[in-house]
Write a new protein. Structure first.
Length: 363
């Protein structure tokens, strides 16, 4: 009976509250958000257990440590998308949902506007993340900087596209936007958006990605809260990820065209000392090399254009965008941060991920 009363309270539209009702709603919100934190922590443990089991399996099959790390990366991602994420979604569904978010259509022009704004924000936030890592490295030598590009280069091109441009947008939006926000929205839009951004950023597991993942996560959460349709954030997520994937594929083309002469992200090698003699000896490699070089130049120009466009759109539309009146504010002002993040479940979730990020950063 008590659970039914809590569920009914969660689904009500907010009305002016007295002090006692405010305390009651805040208590229910803390309990709900704590459940969310513990469930996402359980999902984290599940994914880490799958990853550790896979590593142990590789070590058992290759006791001398002679296994290919790129094969391990592929198997880990495959297992995560096929088993880990679906199981995590099942865990999340143990927590009751709040009131459904009203649906609203988003025109094609609005989707592209949102893409430019999100991409500009992601690039700026990425620079901030790299600066933070560099500052830490200045005070603590030997900081482990996660190179996502090297990880992506190790994947076969087809699987790279499937994992990054299809799998990640679908599952990450279902887990960190739809499933999360549907269960946190009754506590207030701001709380749901902030939780989505912070949890999504922490889930990436390294400082390099935390800043831009948190910023993107919050922006996508805002889009979902305003439209009620997860397909829009999936599309935006896929568009942002596709830009990075295109760059990775071009780098792979350059590396193959120079028979490994250009490795990883050594883009400056392309300009400073191209292996022209090797290109002349092998016309096919020359075509691949030049095609990759031209494509890379176009890609870099596109990035610059998208970022500039996004910044201009933020200047023009940003203030008006976030001044839209919220639909629900169940938790009173002054208590939203503590309600969202200072509950047992969220404290445990955040602390575990902060420790994981710290350990990976300091090696």
């Amino acid at each position: 009976m008590k659970q039914k009363m809590e569920s009914n309270t969660m689904n009500q539209t907010t009305v002016p509250m007295g002090e006692q009702e405010s305390k009651y709603i805040t208590k229910l919100a803390r309990k709900q958000l704590s459940r969310i934190g513990f469930v996402y922590l359980a999902g984290t443990v599940l994914l880490l257990a799958l990853e550790l089991s896979l590593v142990r399996l590789f070590q058992f099959g290759n006791p001398d440590g002679g296994y290919d790390s790129s094969v391990l990366t592929f198997c880990n991602l495959f297992l995560r998308f096929v088993l880990g994420y679906p199981l995590m979604l099942c865990l999340i569904h143990l927590v009751k949902k709040g009131k459904p978010i009203p649906e609203k259509k988003m025109k094609a022009g609005s989707i592209f506007t949102a893409f430019f704004m999100s991409y500009a924000m992601a690039m700026i936030a990425n620079i901030i993340g790299l600066l933070l890592t560099s500052i830490i490295n200045a005070f603590h030598e030997g900081v482990n900087i996660t190179d996502l590009q090297e990880t992506m280069l190790a994947l076969p091109s087809v699987w790279l596209i499937l994992f990054v441009c299809v799998g990640a947008p679908v599952f990450e939006e279902l887990i960190f936007r739809k499933a999360l926000i549907d269960r946190a929205i009754y506590c207030g839009e701001g709380i749901a958006i902030a939780m989505s951004g912070v949890m999504f950023g922490l889930f990436h597991g390294n400082l390099n990605q935390f800043v831009y993942a948190a910023a993107l996560g919050a922006f996508f959460a805002f889009i979902y809260v305003r439209t009620g349709k997860i397909r829009y954030t999936m599309i935006l997520h896929a568009m942002v990820n596709s830009m990075g994937t295109i760059g990775t594929l071009l780098l792979k083309l350059l590396s193959e065209g120079t028979d490994g002469y250009l490795q990883g992200t050594e883009v400056l090698t392309l300009v400073s000392s191209p292996d022209l003699y090797g290109l002349l000896k092998d016309p096919l490699s020359g075509v691949m090399y030049l095609g990759g070089a031209i494509g890379l130049c176009i890609w870099l120009l596109a990035i610059a254009a998208f970022v500039i466009t996004g910044i201009i759109l933020w200047i023009i539309k940003g203030k008006r965008l976030f001044l839209l009146p919220p639909r629900e504010l169940s938790v009173p002002k002054g208590k939203r941060f503590s309600t969202a993040f200072l509950n047992p479940g969220m404290i445990c979730f955040c602390m575990v991920w902060i420790l994981l990020i710290g350990s990976s950063l300091l090696g």
